[in-house]
Write a protein that binds this ligand. Structure first.
Ligand code: GAP
Length: 517
């Protein structure tokens, strides 16, 4: 199965098993807007909880906030979003399709990098154990030639975007002979800037003065509340404020399912530090956040850092944590050193001082900020992509069966425990109900008595339920039940009274948190 086929299956599976639906589907959907079904909402809540606890419980100096989506319009002038939150877009006149010009160039660069990787793989095969990869990359004429092309184009793109030189961006597309993936033609329009913020009107009078924006990031709610929180919590620098909430962006190219949406959720934390200490904290948070990802257990090789060459208007250093999605390594989280850009600008535009008095140095200053910003929906897609597996399994009659299993970390699984009476008689349903009643306050449980046990296992494998408990005739004699483990499919007989203790150990977020504290 190709990665593309895998991704299509994942999307279909998400819908079939109540994880993600297209928004307003009965009206043919709304592009790049999605709804979360009964299992999706549980998974999303669990990821959110894991993040929230990792931030606010594991760090005494990080507190939470829930600020409004609507903010004073000056907020977005001060933050630079009104002036600079733009994407360069370009249309292909033949296909009438619109693209982000910088992404077209980045995709061209990625293709060149693939060429290099192919050369390296070929040579590695040819030379075997004696292959010196780094020497090969430095000396092979073909690799050097392609790398030089990449470097030139990359440098030109960064310079053109920094200078807002849209004519040069178009020239790069022409010079690289980039064609429209739909029409195959190079019949491009000029490149234009497009602001990504959605606006609407506040109150009943619809004039320019009442224009407000749907926030494109949650961070600004934290910045404008920085002194409120600091004063009321009496936190001392360094300290952080964490927030989870909706953000909205009128993305030009919304593709890849819930990877790039127009309405999405962010989990952001702004860490306020002494000026000059931001690089130390930037490195600290890069490491901490990578630990958080790795503790989910999908494999360390699924992640990598990507250092930003082109920095956002507010940053002096930035890196992404990328995950290997079915469509390649892509950003899940950004760690940004935002300097004092935001606070200084809010100070300027609001006329209110946003300074911190440091009792250790006896100085007042505008703190610097290191931000960690992760998309909840993107993390959800990461978990689903890493968890989805199709497997051949042996049947009892000696034949073969297939199962789709979501190997979601138990602590994040939408349903932790499914409870099955073996048959619908002989007092087994009553016993199963009693066990379920005892456990459902602490764990997300589901009761199922329809179909064979095998079919019930398949249904729960498909939504990632880590444990299935079967109540059979032996249960009525000695109060034991079988636990069937999702990943190994092994079964174990245990006393029913031990279930709570067993579950607590296996499904609590605690274990993941303990591993990263
Ligand atoms: N406050 C900084 C900020 O918003 P960003 O890199 O633009 O930085 C942070 O966004 C994270 O938000 C990204 O790493 C990604 O996970 C998520 N994100 C951004 N745009 C998104 C979109 N259109 N759809 C889904 N997630 C998105």
């Amino acid at each position: 199965m190709t990665q593309e086929e895998l991704f299509k299956k994942l999307i279909a599976h998400s819908k079939e098993y109540g994880f993600v639906y297209q928004s307003s589907e009965i009206y043919d959907g709304l592009s790049a807007v999605y709804d979360y079904g009964q299992n999706g909402v549980e998974l999303k809540n669990n990821i959110r909880q894991y993040w929230w606890d990792a931030m606010t419980r594991l760090h005494e100096n990080i507190v939470g906030l829930d600020s409004a989506i609507f903010m004073h319009p000056q907020t977005w002038v001060a933050s630079g979003h009104v002036g600079a939150f733009n994407d360069p877009l370009i249309d292909n006149r033949d296909s009438k399709k619109r693209y982000r010009a910088d992404i077209l160039i980045e995709e061209w660069i990625a293709k060149q990098e693939e060429k290099i990787e192919k050369e390296v793989a070929k040579a590695s095969k040819r030379f075997g154990d004696s292959f010196d990869e780094s020497m090969f990359r430095q000396t092979n004429p073909r690799v050097k030639e392609v790398q030089a092309k990449i470097d030139v184009v990359n440098a030109r793109m960064i310079k053109a975007l920094d200078a807002n030189d849209l004519a040069e961006v178009k020239r790069i597309i022409e010079d690289c002979e980039i064609v429209c993936p739909i029409s195959g033609s190079r019949n491009w329009t000029d490149v234009r800037q497009f602001n990504l913020m959605f606006d609407t009107k506040l109150g009943s009078v619809s004039d320019e003065a009442n224009t407000i924006y749907l926030r494109p990031e949650t961070a600004q709610g934290i910045f404008v509340n920085f002194l409120n929180v600091q004063k009321t919590s009496r936190l001392k620098i360094p300290f952080g404020i964490a927030q989870v909430g909706k953000a909205f962006r009128n993305e030009i190219v919304a593709r890849q399912f819930i990877f790039r949406m127009r309405e999405f959720e962010q989990m952001e934390m702004q860490f306020f530090v002494r000026p000059g200490e931001e690089m130390k904290w930037y490195e600290y948070w890069k490491e901490k956040r990578m630990q958080w990802h790795r503790a989910m257990g999908f494999g360390d090789d699924k992640y990598r850092f990507h250092k930003h060459e082109k920095l956002a208007h507010y940053a002096n250093a930035a890196a992404d944590i990328e995950f290997n999605f079915p469509f390649g390594f892509k950003e899940v989280e950004g760690i940004h050193s935002r300097t004092d850009f935001d606070l200084l600008n809010h100070q300027k535009h609001s006329g209110k001082k946003l300074q911190y008095f440091d009792p250790e140095t006896n100085e007042s200053y505008v703190p610097y900020v290191v931000e960690t910003s992760i998309g909840l929906d993107r993390t959800f897609l990461m978990v689903l992509s890493a968890a989805y597996a199709e497997e051949k399994i042996a049947k009892e009659d000696g034949g073969e069966d297939e199962r789709v299993v979501l190997r979601i970390p138990p602590a994040l699984a939408p349903v932790k425990l499914a409870v099955f009476p073996l048959v619908k008689k002989d007092g087994l349903p009553e016993k199963a109900r009693a066990i379920m009643n005892d456990l459902q306050v602490d764990f997300a449980c589901q009761y199922e008595e329809k179909d064979s046990i095998g079919k019930r296992y398949r249904r729960h494998d498909a939504i990632g339920t880590p444990f299935c408990i079967t109540i059979d005739h032996q249960t009525t004699e000695d109060d034991t039940v079988t636990i069937r483990y999702r990943d190994t499919m092994l079964q174990e007989r245990v006393q029913a009274t031990r279930l709570r203790e067993i579950m607590e150990d296996k499904v609590s977020i605690r274990k993941m948190l303990m591993s990263i504290r």
